[in-house]
Design a protein around this ligand. Structure first.
Ligand SMILES: [Ca+2]
Length: 222
C-alpha cells in the first residue's frame, strides 16, 4: 500500500530525479515493511501457537434434558467452554442436532447433508439461557463449539432443550462439555521459546532483505 502511494506521487512529478527518488523511496518502503513484518512476527507466531490451556472440568450433558452443573468458576477469571458432539432428537428416524444446529437429513453419521438453526434458540443452554455457539461445525470438525465466559464465583448449569418435538423420550446421546482456563507457568521457556524461534527467522529475513538493497537500487537505476 505504501509502495503504491509513492509510485503514483512520482508519476505525477515525472523526470529523472523523480525516478531515482522513486527507487530510493521504494527500497526504503520495502525495508520498512520488512522491519514491520519482523517486529510483528513474534506476535503472529504466539497467536498461531496459541495460549496454553488447563482443563479444569468436563462432563456429559444428556439429551434427556437433565441439567449438569460445572465446578465453581472463580470470580473474574476468563474460561473457555467447549461443547462437542451431536445427539438425536428423533432417534427412530436418525434425526440429529448438536449444540446449536439440527439436520433433517436422516443419516446416522456425523457428516450432515444440511443444517439449520431453530430460530434464535440454542439446543445447549447455560443457566436456562440461549447461547450463540457460532458458525456451524460439521463432522469434519467434530461439531465443536466454544465461547469465552467470565467466572462469577459460581457454578453454571448446562442443559439440552429439545426444541424439535419437545419429546425427550425419543432422544439419545449427549454432548461433551469441557472448561479450560489459561495455564499458569512458573518459568519462561514455555512462553518465550516459540517467539524467540520466530525472532531468529525474522532477523534472517531482515538481513537477507538488506543484502538485496544494492541489487534493487542498481536495478532501478538501470
Ligand atoms: Ca425428541
Amino acid at each position: 500500500m505504501v509502495r503504491g502511494k509513492i509510485f503514483i506521487h512520482q508519476e505525477q512529478i515525472g523526470g529523472v530525479e523523480c525516478s531515482i527518488l522513486k527507487s530510493r523511496l521504494t527500497v526504503a518502503s520495502v525495508v520498512f515493511s520488512l522491519m514491520l513484518f519482523a517486529v510483528s512476527l513474534p506476535l503472529v507466531g504466539a497467536a498461531l501457537l496459541g495460549t496454553p490451556e488447563h482443563l479444569v472440568w468436563q462432563g456429559d450433558v444428556y439429551s434427556s434434558g437433565v441439567p449438569v452443573t460445572s465446578l465453581v468458576l472463580e470470580q473474574s477469571v476468563p474460561y473457555r467452554i467447549v461443547a462437542q458432539g451431536m445427539w438425536f432428537y428423533d432417534n427412530p428416524n436418525s434425526l440429529a442436532a448438536d449444540a446449536q444446529y439440527f439436520t433433517n437429513s436422516s443419516l446416522d453419521t456425523w457428516d450432515w447433508l444440511n443444517h439449520f438453526q431453530n430460530d434464535s434458540h440454542s439446543f445447549l443452554q447455560i443457566d436456562g439461557q440461549d447461547v450463540d455457539w457460532g458458525p456451524f461445525s460439521n463432522g469434519d470438525t467434530g461439531h465443536i463449539y466454544s465461547l469465552y465466559y467470565t467466572g462469577e464465583d459460581a457454578s453454571i448449569a448446562f442443559a439440552i432443550v429439545d426444541w424439535m418435538d419437545q419429546n425427550t423420550a425419543n432422544n439419545v446421546c449427549h454432548l461433551h462439555l469441557r472448561i479450560y482456563t489459561e495455564a499458569t507457568v512458573g518459568g519462561h521457556i514455555v512462553d518465550s521459546s516459540p517467539p524467540d524461534a520466530v525472532n531468529v527467522l525474522a532477523v534472517g529475513v531482515l538481513l537477507a532483505s538488506l543484502a538485496m538493497v544494492p541489487i534493487v537500487v542498481h536495478h532501478k537505476k538501470t
